[in-house]
Design a protein around this ligand. Structure first.
Ligand SMILES: CC(C)(COP(=O)(O)OP(=O)(O)OC[C@H]1O[C@@H](n2cnc3c(N)ncnc32)[C@H](O)[C@@H]1OP(=O)(O)O)[C@@H](O)C(=O)NCCC(=O)NCCSC(=O)C1=CCCCC1=O
Length: 378
């Protein structure tokens, strides 16, 4: 640091800085919160300054967030927002498989299913988590270390920037698993990618590649993560070397099919995943952010977040109430199906059988729910 600035700090800083945090400790099950030294653009450490890394640490369940983790994320963002020495927040997940696949379906199925008043309280926390991100005084970078699905995609889109490793898939899960993507996706997607693509993503629940997410504008940067024979290669599962098909339709970022997909899977097996380029890209972004005026940065964030924040604030309370009541029937059925199913029998209900029952005005009952579970046909 410059000597002249150091002297002024020593002579004029208050004897005690007030602590604005709500809790003194940031230690939560399933969450890592740490300050990592911030760097300048030339790579040197900016002494006394940090980036706050908030890591969802539940990799065995694809970093899905439990109620306890949600509480931790709220407080961690609040702490990052208050921390005078924090430049940016890096929000990520442990490992290289998933950033986050949303709410913890085990907890949903085993505790919240059929318990709407409990889920309403949970949704207060969930809403506060998204609001804590959108209200954070520091820029929020989502380090997309792996798939970002369901509520994972929603909290990811609440970040200001997303930088992804290119093997990560993106998408919603709600209508397949008994929910609606109203934890942010229906608010953010139309603003971020337009109404038509938002409709496709929010209703059909078909995952898409990082290259497509980049093309649509959900992420600002992607980097390769697969190393084959020591060289980084683009995600082999996605088409990355062609923009249009013979009819002029965009194919860049679409998943390969047939023999090409089989060959891509084989190639994947020969490689290893290396997230060093992702970390470099995140560091580079944080370094760009640190070389700005802090209050001008915060004001810019506040203004540029408004399209997302306005939509979120307009809908979040109604969404909470609807999601709570939905825990009585469709969520009760869908999350149980995911939790109790497996690769062999599948993890989704028989949607047509449900629609057939409802077409005959059949009321919801426990028996109806049981009859729809995967592996129960016949
Ligand atoms: C598509 C998937 C994300 C990935 O599929 P695949 O690669 O085939 O892996 P799986 O075998 O399915 O999963 C591997 C293991 O991880 C467990 N897992 C995955 N996701 C979750 C989760 N969200 N919670 C708990 N556990 C999870 C899975 O059970 C496997 O473990 P096992 O021991 O059985 O081997 C696919 O995994 C998937 O679709 N996941 C669920 C996505 C989902 O439905 N998320 C919840 C959406 S709803 C939501 O998030 C909401 C947020 C707030 C508002 C309301 C709301 O609904």
């Amino acid at each position: 640091m410059r000597d002249s600035t150091r002297n002024i700090i020593n002579n004029s800083k208050p004897a005690h800085a007030v602590d604005h945090n709500l809790v003194p400790e940031l230690s939560f099950e399933g969450l890592l919160v740490e300050k990592r030294p911030a760097k300048r653009r030339d790579g040197t450490v900016a002494e006394g300054l940090y980036n706050m890394w908030i890591t969802l640490n539940n990799p065995a369940q694809y970093n899905s967030y439990t109620t306890e983790m949600v509480k931790g994320v709220i407080l961690a963002f609040r702490a990052a927002s208050n921390a005078r020495d924090v430049n940016a927040v890096v929000f990520t997940g442990a490992g290289d498989k998933a950033f986050c696949t949303g709410g913890n379906t085990k907890e949903y199925a085993e505790y919240y299913a059929g318990n709407p008043q409990e889920y309403r309280q949970y949704m207060r926390l969930f809403n506060d988590m998204v609001s804590a991100m959108l209200g954070c005084d520091k820029p929020v970078v989502c380090r997309v270390n792996g798939m970002r699905i369901g509520g994972g995609q929603e909290i990811g889109m609440a970040a200001d920037y997303s930088v992804a490793q290119d093997l990560a898939n993106f998408g919603q899960a709600g209508p397949k698993h008994g929910s609606a993507a109203i934890g942010g996706a229906t608010d953010f997607l139309p603003v971020m990618i337009g109404c038509e693509q938002a409709m496709v993503s929010g209703t059909l629940c078909e995952p898409f590649s990082a290259h497509k997410a980049y093309r649509l504008g959900i992420v600002s940067q992607i980097v390769p993560a697969l190393k084959v024979n020591g060289e980084f290669v683009a995600n082999p599962m996605a088409i990355t070397d062609q923009m249009l098909d013979q009819y002029g339709r965009i194919v860049h970022g679409e998943f390969k099919t047939g023999d090409q997909a089989k060959a891509a899977k084989e190639l994947m097996k020969t490689g290893e995943i290396d997230l060093s380029l992702l970390d470099q890209a995140v560091e580079d972004l944080c370094a760009k952010l640190i070389e700005t005026f802090p209050e001008c940065m915060t004001k810019s964030l506040e203004e540029l977040r408004k399209p997302k924040l306005d939509a979120w604030n307009r809908n979040k309370e109604n969404s909470r109430a609807w999601l709570a009541l939905n825990m009585m029937n469709e969520a009760n059925t869908g999350f149980r199906a995911f939790n109790e199913g497996n690769r062999e029998v599948g993890r989704e209900i028989d949607f047509v059988a449900l629609r057939q029952a409802l077409a005959e005005a059949t009321p919801w009952s426990q028996e109806l729910i049981e009859s729809l579970m995967p592996g129960k046909e016949g």
